[in-house]
Design a binder for this molecule. Structure first.
Ligand code: IPE
Ligand code: IPE
Ligand code: MG
Length: 253
């Protein structure tokens, strides 16, 4: 586990943190290496951030590992990523369990090689009763896919149970998403300022933090910077600043 002794006590972690882990390829190319070595180094950053997030009190962490659009990449890179996923899950399962990390892989898993689907089932089963932090690894994930599959599930339920479509509400959609909880802080590394079809519904009111740091370099300092930014925001959810402050005062009394 990473050392958190030197982290300011005033930092409050977001409840649900989501990260678009971007920049592995550029990290490798800038060192004259193959893109896949950037993905390998990125896996070390994943380990670091899972551990730090749990220690800092994040309750749910959703990491974007492979988008539904990433199949468009060269076969060599896609295959290397699949192998890396299998290896990483195999290697980390025990430590995830020991550290109380309930791990779920979210996305359309049907397209994955059988060996990867097996590893996914194993780690999900092994960690199912863990309660320190929930970790969602988004793989073959797309925000639009998630909304579509939630809609399909709801329509099926309505048809089978003869329920009235007009009674569906926003919560019905949220509850049927593969990641049902709203995101509090969304970080994107690697300098781009876009969502790239990540948690389209869940990030509706997320605070957004963009950093030029490439994912393999992302460390404790970057995470603290993001949390400090998060702590400095006033989350108004449509209200006025005065209303928010009164509400906070009432809650404190
Ligand atoms: C993110 O890094 C990892 C995946 C999308 C799998 P990239 O591979 O997109 O890195 P860049 O953006 O090309 O540097
Ligand atoms: C988003 O990164 C997906 C992941 C981090 C897994 P990309 O590098 O694929 O995003 P775009 O294509 O530049 O928007
Ligand atoms: Mg990228």
């Amino acid at each position: 586990m990473s050392d958190i002794c030197d982290i300011p006590g005033s930092i409050t972690a977001p409840r649900h943190l989501a990260i678009i882990m971007d920049g592995n390829g550029r990290w490798a190319l800038s060192r004259g290496k193959q893109r896949v070595s950037g993905h390998r180094e990125g896996a070390n950053a994943v380990r670091r951030v899972i551990s730090l997030s749990a220690q800092l009190g994040v309750k749910e962490l959703t990491l974007f590992a492979f988008s539904s659009e990433n199949w468009k990449r060269p076969a060599l890179e896609v295959n290397a990523l699949m192998t890396l996923f299998v290896q990483a899950i195999k290697k980390e399962s025990k430590s995830l369990k020991e550290n109380g990390i309930k791990t779920c892989i979210v996305g359309d898993k049907t397209r994955f090689p059988a060996i990867l689907q097996d590893q996914i089932k194993k780690v999900e089963e092994l960690t199912k009763d863990c309660s320190v932090m929930k970790l969602n690894i988004a793989a073959n994930y797309g925000g639009r896919w998630d909304i579509l599959q939630a809609t399909q599930k709801l329509l099926k339920k309505c048809t089978e149970e003869n329920l009235n479509f007009n009674e569906l509400n926003e919560d019905s959609i949220s509850q049927n998403l593969s990641v049902p909880t709203d995101v509090d802080l969304l970080i994107r590394t690697g300098g781009e300022k876009r969502i790239s079809n990540f948690l389209m519904w869940q990030a509706a009111y997320a605070e957004l933090f963009f950093t030029d740091t490439l994912w393999p370099d992302f460390d404790k300092k970057d995470l603290i910077e993001a949390f400090t930014f998060f702590n400095s925001r006033e989350r108004r959810f449509g209200m006025t600043s005065a209303q928010v402050q009164n509400k906070e005062k009432d809650n404190a009394d």
